[in-house]
Write a protein that binds this ligand. Structure first.
Ligand code: CU
Length: 344
């Protein structure tokens, strides 16, 4: 049904209209997936393995091929920070250990629209890992998917921890270990070729390295801007924040008048050169990549290349419903649109 549609007329199709109408009518978008209109249509005809060999999987721990965890909805993803399992090293440093498993999984990306995703821990985007600068980070990765994958963390680390030259085969494992630096808003994603396929299928997430002196208290949330190519034509038919089109239009994000809000904003959108975020009736302080504690811009709109990210801070001084969305209006109409509900 979706095979010959371009994204420019996708909105006229039943699926997208249903998604938009559901959002406007307040219907719960997080209903179970009942149909998969895209099943079998997701192959871009590219070499899955990119010519890389499968050396380098770590034998350090047992392979775990269990059932994927329940899918997180975009509201959960907004505030779900994985601080890892914390322990103290002999030298006094903090060790944080994280578990990541890659699964193939069908997810719902708009009301009634399924996408055959490749996921970290069963969700798109993957977990938000959080630590403090100087911590030793140890990530135990199990590949329970059907293709080779890695985790490529942005940050500073050794070449053999970069998740590029050590593809982990299906059923394989790998342990990534590095000191968290520099502080800021990082991200991670699979780096197996063809890269655009492994990324757009859903293998990415947010990685926050807090400064040793924490940022001021705030209501914190993570927003990952992405897109979904439903028919395998190399274009996105849907755009979202945290994985479901129109979700935050249907489920406005409640914030309190006068409270400081901090948004960790990541753009991982494949196929399009940029993505953007605009908030209505307000301005925000912007910290590109979060690597400085001094904002570089006071604005109401920011645009990001794929892999670019930044921290926004703002406070609403008026109650009511305020829109936020991509300022490419086409993206907004294809799902990248939501509301803040500001209350007393
Ligand atoms: Cu991959």
């Amino acid at each position: 049904m979706l095979k010959h549609l371009s994204r420019r007329n996708f909105l006229r199709t039943g699926a997208a209209v249903a998604a938009g109408a559901a959002a406007l009518a307040g219907t719960n978008v997080a209903a179970p997936v009942s149909a998969s209109p895209q099943a079998g249509q997701h192959n871009h005809g590219e070499d899955e393995h990119g010519g890389m060999d499968m050396m380098g999987a770590s034998p350090g721990f047992a392979t775990k091929l269990d059932i994927p965890p329940a899918t997180a909805d975009p509201m959960q993803i907004l505030t779900d920070f994985d601080m890892g399992q914390v322990s103290q090293l002999p030298d006094g440093r903090t060790l944080r250990e994280y578990q990541v498993t890659a699964y193939d999984r069908e997810i719902e990306v708009a009301k009634g629209v399924a996408f055959p995703a490749w996921t970290y821990n069963g969700r798109v985007p993957g977990p938000t890992f959080r630590c403090t600068e100087g911590d030793l980070v140890r990530v135990k990765f199990v590949n329970a998917g059907s293709h080779p994958h890695t985790i490529h963390f942005h940050g500073i680390h050794a070449a053999n921890q970069d998740g590029v030259f050590e593809p982990v085969p299906a059923g394989g494992t790998f342990i990534y270990e590095f000191t968290a630096e520099p502080f800021g808003l990082q991200l991670y994603h699979c780096h197996v070729m063809p890269l655009k396929k492994h990324i757009h299928k859903g293998l990415y997430g947010t990685f926050i390295i807090d400064p040793k002196t924490p940022r001021p208290p705030a209501r914190e949330m993570v927003m990952v801007m992405n897109g979904f190519d439903l028919d395998g034509n190399g274009e996105n038919e849907l755009y979202t924040v945290n994985g479901v089109a129109f979700y935050f239009q249907d489920h406005p994000i409640q914030i309190k008048k006068g409270e400081l809000v901090r948004v960790y904003l990541v753009n991982i959108t494949e196929f399009d050169l940029i993505n953007s975020l605009h908030i209505h009736a307000n301005f925000f302080q912007y910290y590109p990549t979060g690597t400085s504690l001094t904002p570089s811009e006071y604005t109401d709109t920011v645009m990001l290349c794929q892999g670019q990210r930044g921290i926004m801070e703002f406070t609403y001084h008026h109650t009511g419903r305020f829109m936020f969305h991509a300022h490419q209006s086409e993206f907004a109409e294809l799902g990248w649109m939501g509301f803040f509900e500001v209350v007393e």
